[in-house]
Design a protein around this ligand. Structure first.
Ligand code: ASP
Length: 333
């Protein structure tokens, strides 16, 4: 018969081993590139910083109780979607014909599963629907009416499309329409400044990575336009080593298969997270004529926040649970 004390010793050793194996959780987010100092009042800045902090806390709470990276990413993005400061959920930008059409994606790096939705206009939290597509359908991507029908079948509540409207975004559309009508040479570039997509990446205590992105797309986008955010590999990607969420001029991110390229450079070319993220965001995309930023996280907890616009809303939180946020270039995280 085993002595009770030796059983206690084995149990303590198992516990210690378990603790040693537990990974320190990390969560990072972005609230979009393309932020310009001139366009932001101190109140706007304070509101955006507060919203990012509460989103970081929401994600961290999931990780701290041993929840999964997927759950943490969804929790973080839900808070950002509900905050009108960002171009996702409430506060999304308007299409050319004055509607809000939302895109979102989530990917579980530990299983390779993914769920995405595009062109939805009655889903309060598109990231939750993307997760439901991943968990409860045989598919990866559902669009428009079909995605909303699936939402109804799954008991996801729908909202009136007017829910997403904010005056600030409406004014941005009117400005973009005027510029376009007057044939201003750089109307497209002007529009491209108004990003604001949101994204989050998490590394949980079991070492699993996940990535998610949610957006209203780009101001004045045409009928049915889908950007990079809900396209796996373009704006959102995660595997067991690396997770990425992009924000910027979506067409360029799609052509560059930007999020996947960052992870592929690490896997096949042995680049570090920093090198890979910078090569794609600060070299490849600008070389092709695009701009924007991204967040990237690897399985060792390294993070990268490259961007080539004046600012990018961004934040990180580690095991200590203290949120850190930044907006402009000169701020460190
Ligand atoms: N990447 C998004 C899109 O093109 C825009 C953004 O990042 O704000 O739809």
């Amino acid at each position: 018969m085993t002595h009770p004390l030796s059983r206690l010793l084995v149990l303590s050793l198992m516990l210690l081993a378990g603790q040693a194996l537990a990974v320190e959780p990390v969560l990072v987010l972005h609230g979009g590139a393309g932020v310009e100092k001139a366009g932001l009042t101190p109140q706007d800045q304070a509101a955006a910083r507060a919203a990012m902090e509460s989103a970081l806390r929401a994600g961290h709470a999931v990780l701290a109780r041993g929840g999964s990276a997927v759950e943490a990413v969804a929790a973080t993005i839900t808070v950002l979607e509900d905050s009108p400061q960002f171009n996702a959920g409430k506060g999304a930008v308007f299409t050319h014909d004055g509607k809000n059409e939302l895109d979102a994606a989530i990917m579980d790096g530990s299983t390779g599963n993914a769920g995405t939705v595009a062109g939805v206009h009655r889903i309060k939290n598109p990231i939750q629907l993307a997760r439901t597509v991943m968990d409860r359908s045989k598919h990866v991507m559902l669009v428009g009416e079909g995605a909303e029908r699936f939402a109804q079948e799954q008991g996801v509540s729908l909202v009136d499309p007017a829910y997403f409207r904010t005056d600030k975004r409406w004014k941005q559309l009117q400005k973009a329409l005027k510029e376009e009508a007057s044939g201003q040479a750089h109307a497209d570039l002007e529009t491209a400044k108004h990003f604001g997509t949101v994204g989050a990446l998490a590394l949980d205590t079991q070492g699993r990575l996940a990535a998610g992105t949610s957006t209203g797309g780009m101001t004045n986008k045409r009928y049915g336009r889908v950007g990079d955010s809900p396209i796996i590999g373009a704006g959102t990607y995660a595997n067991s080593q690396c997770a990425v969420s992009g924000t910027g001029w979506g067409e360029y991110y799609i052509r560059a298969v930007a999020a996947y390229d960052i992870c592929a450079r690490m896997k096949y070319a042995g680049q570090s997270l920093d090198q890979a993220a910078e090569a794609v965001i600060d070299e490849q995309i600008p070389k092709a004529g695009g701009n924007g930023g991204a967040i990237a996280l690897d399985a060792k907890g390294n993070v990268a926040f490259p961007f080539n616009t004046e600012g990018m809303y961004r934040g990180r939180i580690g095991g200590d649970g203290v949120p850190h946020v930044a907006i402009f270039k000169d701020e460190t995280l």
